[in-house]
Design a protein around this ligand. Structure first.
Ligand SMILES: Nc1ncnc2c1ncn2[C@@H]1O[C@H](COP(=O)(O)OP(=O)(O)OP(=O)(O)O)[C@@H](O)[C@H]1O
Ligand SMILES: [Mg+2]
Length: 155
């Protein structure tokens, strides 16, 4: 196989799903029901590893699941990064859910319980915000959506 590159030049392969970067960040796809199932397991494992109790584990898995499902359904598929945090003696978990879909024009309205443009209950975004300590959204029409949520331990 002399002279045959392992992969096409200029197109570095993405790390396999779940492989961790140096800071402990793991990245998962959110583009199918199977992805969402695998993601829930990965988030649950990350919460256990970070030392969260059962109730917090469920809060974080639920938030991840809602945001990832939105990325899948409305964003045409996306990715979820799971990142353990240690800062000033406290630890936590941060999830970054991104898609390159249509974006959200009226974020306030989409955060309102009961508002949906699909067939859901319209409780996903607002619910995820309530379940986490920090909730940020970066979105604009035509520019995709990134939601970053954090929950700290023992707070
Ligand atoms: N990633 C996204 N890209 C584009 N639009 C989104 C995205 N996430 C949410 N939205 C919009 O925000 C609305 C509200 O989202 P939310 O998750 O609260 O409710 P839902 O997905 O409609 O229903 P539920 O989550 O309760 O099943 C959605 O109906 C959709 O219009
Ligand atoms: Mg939803």
């Amino acid at each position: 196989m002399d002279g045959v590159p392992l992969r096409p030049a200029g197109r570095p392969s993405a790390p396999p799903a779940g492989q961790r970067a140096g800071d402990g960040t793991a990245r998962y796809p959110a583009a199918s029901e199977e992805d969402l199932l695998a993601l829930r397991h990965a988030v649950r494992a990350a919460t256990v590893e970070a030392g969260f109790g059962l109730v917090d584990q469920t809060r974080i898995v639920t938030a991840a699941s809602e945001l990832a499902r939105n990325a899948f359904v409305y964003g045409g598929g996306g990715t979820v990064e799971i990142r353990p945090l240690v800062s000033a003696g406290r630890s936590g978990l941060r999830l970054t859910v991104s898609d390159d879909g249509p974006g959200i024009a009226d974020l306030e309205r989409c955060l309102t319980d009961g508002y949906t443009t699909g067939s859901g209950l319209g409780h996903g975004l607002g619910g995820a915000r309530r379940l986490m300590h920090d909730f940020r959204v970066d979105t604009a029409p035509g520019q995709g959506t990134t939601v970053v949520v954090t929950r700290w331990r023992d707070r």
